[in-house]
Design a protein around this ligand. Structure first.
Ligand code: COA
Ligand code: ZN
Length: 305
């Protein structure tokens, strides 16, 4: 099987993970989490979101976190934004990249951002135009790409049309997101095959949740299509406040361990990541789902690649 020699891992735990913790996490702990991820060599971190604090109170301290982070050279800090107001806040906070989000499912889109998909696309185009003149990169997460808990199956042609429209409006990278873990590897393979017809590989990312334990099989399917950008969250933190019973992203340590085992370079120090993962479990006060933090490395040489 041909797989990419190198993968860019984006840890979304501080945002996708912590937005779903019912106990409030101190801003200082969030800052420490981001700093430790960056220090372990994670090249991209989704730090927080610039959304309405009434909708997601856990993310109300986005500006404070950005102001406190130690930013190593080359690291890319991302803020999720739902609308132009969020974009203005993110730019003022000094993000390197904004991640917009549109759900392929109309029902989920309404529940998540109180907009139609069409309104989301219009906001996306306006933000992409502004960001181009500000020198800020724009990514778009296409949520529910492989299924929606409210609408069920999502037509892959619709997902690809949305992805193409976003690319045409100036979005740099489209991240196909399995928001509530409904994908299977063949479905992943099929959608990415379609995506590759119009979107260059280096502008495609995947965002898998491990809700039904197919997350890593889905990563393998995406690697097989040449995708080399993946989101994951340390310790498997996460969920979605607008999806019933959603659980976490694939765990960063599990993803990195698997990639290193396959000889794929990530630049991440796994031993350091495991220390941060253990600390994070003590911060949230409950067991988190990632496995390598419990089992340890299969072989010591997998710590780095
Ligand atoms: N950041 C902070 N406040 C914002 C905001 C933003 N990006 N966008 C809007 N607001 C404020 C408005 O100023 C207004 O404040 P007020 O009540 O004090 O006047 C209030 O929120 C309502 O604004 P409105 O435009 O009517 O928003 P809405 O209630 O329709 O909600 C969103 C729209 C997009 C702001 C909201 O749905 C949201 O934040 N969703 C994010 C969901 C999320 O993070 N999901 C997980 C990630 S995928
Ligand atoms: Zn997610």
């Amino acid at each position: 099987m041909d797989v990419p020699p190198r993968v860019t891992v984006c840890d979304v735990g501080p945002r996708d993970g912590l937005q779903n913790e019912s106990t409030p996490i101190a801003t200082a702990d969030k800052v420490r989490l981001v700093n430790e991820l960056l220090a372990a060599g994670v090249p991209e971190v989704e730090v927080s979101s610039f959304v309405s604090p009434k909708w997601v109170p856990q993310m109300a301290d986005a500006e404070e976190i950005f102001a406190a982070i130690e930013r190593p050279a080359g690291a890319r800090l991302i803020g999720l934004v739902p609308n132009e107001h969020g974009y203005a806040r993110a730019r003022a906070a000094g993000v390197d990249r904004v991640e917009l989000v549109i759900m392929a499912s109309e029902t989920f889109q309404k529940k998540n951002v109180n907009m139609t998909v069409e309104q989301g696309l219009r906001a996306c185009a306006a933000i992409a135009r502004q960001a181009a003149s500000d020198g800020i990169e724009v990514g778009l997460a296409l949520g529910t790409s492989w299924g929606c808990p409210y609408e069920g199956h999502i037509d892959p042609a619709r997902v690809i049309d949305l992805a193409n429209a976003a690319i045409d409006s100036g979005v740099h990278t489209v991240s196909f997101a399995d928001t509530t873990g409904m994908a299977d590897p063949l479905h992943v393979d099929a959608l990415l095959r379609l995506a590759r017809r119009t979107i260059p590989l280096d502008r495609i990312a995947c965002h898998f949740h491990n809700t039904r334990n197919a997350g890593f099989a889905n990563v393998l399917a995406a690697l097989g299509q040449g995708v080399a950008r993946f989101d994951s969250s340390l310790a498997g933190l996460g969920g979605c406040p607008f999806a019933p019973r959603a659980t976490g992203n694939i765990g960063t340590e599990d993803l990195v361990h698997m990639l290193h085992g396959m000889g794929i370079h990530t630049g991440i120090d796994l031993a350091q990541l495991l220390e941060t993962s253990a600390w994070m479990e003590s911060v949230v006060g409950h067991v988190l789902p990632a496995q390598v933090s419990k089992a340890g490395l299969a072989f010591p040489e997998l710590a780095r690649s």
